[in-house]
Design a protein around this ligand. Structure first.
Ligand SMILES: Cc1cc2nc3c(=O)[nH]c(=O)nc-3n(C[C@H](O)[C@H](O)[C@H](O)COP(=O)(O)OP(=O)(O)OC[C@H]3O[C@@H](n4cnc5c(N)ncnc54)[C@H](O)[C@@H]3O)c2cc1C
Length: 468
């Protein structure tokens, strides 16, 4: 491996400066491979052209080398735990990427198997180097590590889907209030309008370069794809829908957020999570738009605490906790206490299939499960209750965690996300929470009950909505 100093001395000054940005991770060092015809942005998580720091870095590299940029997206048939519902949303987003790429003056090529290998594409288009985005989840991070060993040209990744780059903290935090002072220290530097970077050179595709036509079915021939989970019409994927959703929320949701965000029977939250998960909108853009609104700073603070505080705490959790998606990530006090309570009598026990089909005695829980399976999204307050009841009804806490992850990843449009793993770890094994009172089944993990929820919001209305 080239030493840091050698690496930088091999780079033009402008590139060395870019590489030193904490948002950038140099995965394969070295000088760009020249002569070349373009710089490639391998888009994987941040499915947007506007407000995308990874694309911005690729364009800056291209401008400084006198090269155009081409965005490459590979549709793979076996994306971990993705089903037809997710691929449908993905494709809707790719259409916006195609239009916006043309508008911004960068190339965009989508490939499907068999001709979808990044390395082959880099050779076909004669790339000088490749820039990717970041995804802290296990498999996507493994792909990046494998590629960094296999690629013959420099490979950088850019932490495009957080406000403050995760490299700044380089650790996880036990509680939000431990993280908050560190975050607040960095926010003035990162919660700022990004500079506008225009590509100076237009990309002309080599003659006959194959690319997938997005009017076709991106899942055709994916024989192992789970098609039983159908697309939903409650959300339409893509940057345009995301921006529209944000606008609507600012107009009619944000002012009442503090009061209504714990009322699942009202549309009191932004419902931006599917768009954030697919990278259709940048968290920085959401935060800046909220900041610029004329509402009280208390209201804005409450929302920013979710979209930056909790969300980035979750990203750090997944980045630094190898067992983020299973019971082994339990907070030590919760693990001890849950083990002590494993033999507690369980009045209700349900199999995984009964839970999946919403066949429990608890109408409120069934309604939440139905909201998730039929609309692809569940309200935050119900997600807490939903996961905590699985803890009570599954054979043991490890199974409860496993079942919650499977259901969440399968049905939520925003599933398979650091927020999901952190949310389940919070609800079932006390991560990012503190010990509470000792209770049957829950032990010291914060308990919730249907009766307590019914006192806080109109549970009957929520149930009716999910049945209609
Ligand atoms: C058991 C459980 C499972 C969850 N699974 C997921 C999941 O799979 N994917 C997912 O994105 N979120 C998940 N969450 C977190 C949260 O419930 C959702 O992000 C939120 O409900 C999304 O709705 P919204 O966009 O209207 O949120 P808003 O209230 O409008 O918040 C705006 C954004 O802030 C972030 N945010 C809000 N609450 C949280 C939180 N508690 N933790 C982390 N980030 C948060 C989200 O990105 C959200 O889109 C889960 C929480 C729990 C308790």
């Amino acid at each position: 491996m080239m030493a840091e100093a050698d690496f930088k001395s091999n780079l033009p000054e402008s590139l060395a400066k870019l590489a030193a940005d904490p948002r950038v991770t140099v995965r394969r060092s070295g000088a760009p491979c020249l002569p070349a015809k373009c710089v490639v942005y391998w888009m994987q998580r941040a499915l947007r052209i506007v407000d995308n720091p990874a694309l911005d870095v690729a364009i800056e590299v291209g401008n400084s080398l006198g090269l155009p940029v081409v965005v490459f997206f590979s549709v793979i048939p076996n994306y971990p735990n993705a089903n037809l519902r997710h691929y449908h949303f993905l494709k809707q987003g790719l259409r916006d990427v195609a239009e916006d790429a043309a508008e911004r003056g960068v190339g965009f090529v989508v490939r499907r198997p068999p001709g979808n290998k990044l390395e082959a594409f880099l050779e076909e288009v004669e790339a000088a180097m490749v820039v990717g985005d970041e995804n802290p989840c296990r498999e996507p991070e493994r792909w990046r590590q494998v590629l960094s060993k296999r690629l013959k040209i420099p490979f950088w990744t850019v932490d495009a889907d957080v406000v403050v780059p995760s490299n700044i903290f380089n650790r996880s935090y036990v509680l939000l209030h431990h993280f908050r002072p560190h975050l607040n220290r960095e926010l003035p530097k990162y919660l700022v309008e990004p500079k506008k970077i225009n590509p100076l050179h237009r990309w002309t595709p080599p003659k006959g370069l194959p690319g997938f036509d997005l009017s076709e079915d991106i899942t055709a021939g994916f024989t192992k794809l789970d098609r039983s989970v159908q697309p939903v019409d409650t959300f339409t994927g893509g940057a345009r829908s995301a921006v529209r959703r944000l606008g609507e929320f600012l107009k009619s949701g944000l002012a009442g957020y503090d009061e209504k965000h714990n009322h699942p029977e009202t549309a009191g939250t932004s419902r931006l999570s599917p768009y954030l998960h697919f990278g259709n909108i940048s968290p920085l853009r959401i935060a800046l738009t909220v900041e610029a609104s004329p509402l009280s700073s208390e209201t804005k603070k409450k929302y920013l605490e979710q979209v930056i505080g909790w969300r980035e705490l979750s990203v750090l959790f997944v980045r630094h906790e190898p067992n983020y998606d299973n019971w082994e990530c339990a907070a030590p006090w919760a693990r001890k206490s849950l083990v002590e309570h494993t033999a507690d009598p369980r009045i209700h026990r349900y199999s995984f299939v009964q839970l999946e089909r919403a066949e429990t005695h608890d109408e409120l829980w069934n309604a939440a499960q139905c909201q998730m399976t039929t609309t692809g999204w569940m309200h935050n307050y119900m997600r807490m209750y939903w996961a905590k009841m699985i803890l009570c009804w599954a054979p043991d806490p490890a199974k409860a965690f496993e079942w919650a992850v499977i259901l969440n990843d399968r049905y939520q449009l925003d599933g398979r996300d650091p927020n999901g793993y952190a949310g389940i770890a919070w609800a079932i094994v006390g991560r990012h929470d503190r010990p509470w009172f000792n209770r049957p089944l829950f032990g010291l993990v914060r308990a919730m009950s249907g009766a307590s929820l019914a006192r806080k919001f109109d549970a009957a209305a929520y149930i009716r909505q999910q049945q209609s």
